[in-house]
Ligand binder design. Sequence first.
Ligand SMILES: C[S@@+](CC[C@H](N)C(=O)[O-])C[C@H]1O[C@@H](n2cnc3c(N)ncnc32)[C@H](O)[C@@H]1O
Length: 293
Amino acid sequence: MNMKSKEKKSARDILNWRMAQLALGGRVVDIDWLLDVGGGLGWESLQRLKIFQNNHYELQKSLDELSFIWHRHINENEPLQYLVGKCPWRDFQLEINSSVFIPRQETEILVELALKKCNGISVGRWADLGTGSGVLAVALARSLPGWIGDAVDCSKDALSLAKKNLANLANNSHVHFHLGHWWQPLKSWWGTYDLVLANPPYIPSAVLSELHPIVRDNEPHLALSGGLDGMNCCREIIRGAKKGLGTGGWLIFEHHYDQSERLLNELIANGFKEVNFENDLEGVRRFAIGRKS
Ligand SMILES: C[S@@+](CC[C@H](N)C(=O)[O-])C[C@H]1O[C@@H](n2cnc3c(N)ncnc32)[C@H](O)[C@@H]1O
């Protein structure tokens, strides 16, 4: 694709372009996301377009380039985040590619829950199991600068992107990356963790084929599939946490909307105390919490 990037366009040109793209298909929320994250037109500028139609705006990508992305999105069902290569999340913007799961908004709650538990504790050790793009590792490194962190993934490509994101967004933090299976690469530090976060693959096999094609046909299967009942990875993480966490350490993880009761029972059966759940943004039980006794 040989198209000129940055260009200056009038509000009227941009609005006409927006209308023409939407006539081809797709959702308003997505075209505005593309103008914002791809074109660099923030929400406030997008509102102003409609009022001051003669104003000119500098776009980070040309309208030709944005059209190319939009067409791939609506015709090939490709996620905009992969096409643009970016994903805004919490207070930062990650680099993203198709080797990693696209961080979801609801996972931001996982970080808030962790920070509530660790409020005021200036030194400690955390682990992020299944780091993917490194999104949780970056958030923890920025919020808990005195802590040491370990981020694990079994995908080499994911780990290399996670390292890049950390270098760009939380340089000088004390985070180590490990290639391997859940708790295995962390054996040397078992018994020392104060906090472990995970957003493991948790989709049950039967649900995988029914996922929206934009997810099913693009995001890594390794990041989605949790086995027959979807809970294989969650169970492994819980069992590993019995040895991995230090006394009083917290395990907090995300799961499928219908797994809460079974996973809370699994935590109790494995000797965890202060076992509880938290809801996602739609009021559905989505996070499990337990403390090593
Ligand atoms: C749902 S994604 C979550 C990524 C990221 N933490 C997030 O919240 O966006 C799950 C991640 O777990 C990783 N994973 C899958 N099986 C694994 C295993 N056995 N050991 C370590 N990581 C694994 C996948 O490669 C993927 O990056």
